[in-house]
Design a protein around this ligand. Structure first.
Ligand SMILES: [Ca+2]
Ligand SMILES: [Ca+2]
Length: 87
């Protein structure tokens, strides 16, 4: 489990650091991450409106960027669904 967390953090940093704000994901960075890393878990990554909706639901402080903790909600949600757990 510790290694899985390490992978998530390092992947997040890889995508988040492609612009000046290396601690947060912009919409473009988030889109690239979804397409490359979660193609099966999030199949609507070719739909800008779906990404926009997902991003705004995760962006709790409405600054147009996803912090790691904001992004982490998606990981939890996808993992919950993947595991077949109830909501
Ligand atoms: Ca960034
Ligand atoms: Ca935010």
């Amino acid at each position: 489990m510790e290694s899985a967390i390490g992978v998530l953090v390092s992947k997040f940093k890889t995508y988040a650091s492609s612009d000046g704000s290396s601690d947060t994901l912009s919409r473009d960075e988030f889109t690239r991450l979804l397409k490359s890393e979660l193609p099966n878990f999030f199949k609507d990554s070719g739909e800008p409106a779906a990404i926009e909706h997902l991003m705004s639901s995760l962006d709790k402080n409405n600054d147009g960027e996803l912090s790691f903790l904001e992004f982490w909600q998606l990981v939890g949600h996808l993992a919950n669904k993947h595991g077949g757990f109830s909501q």
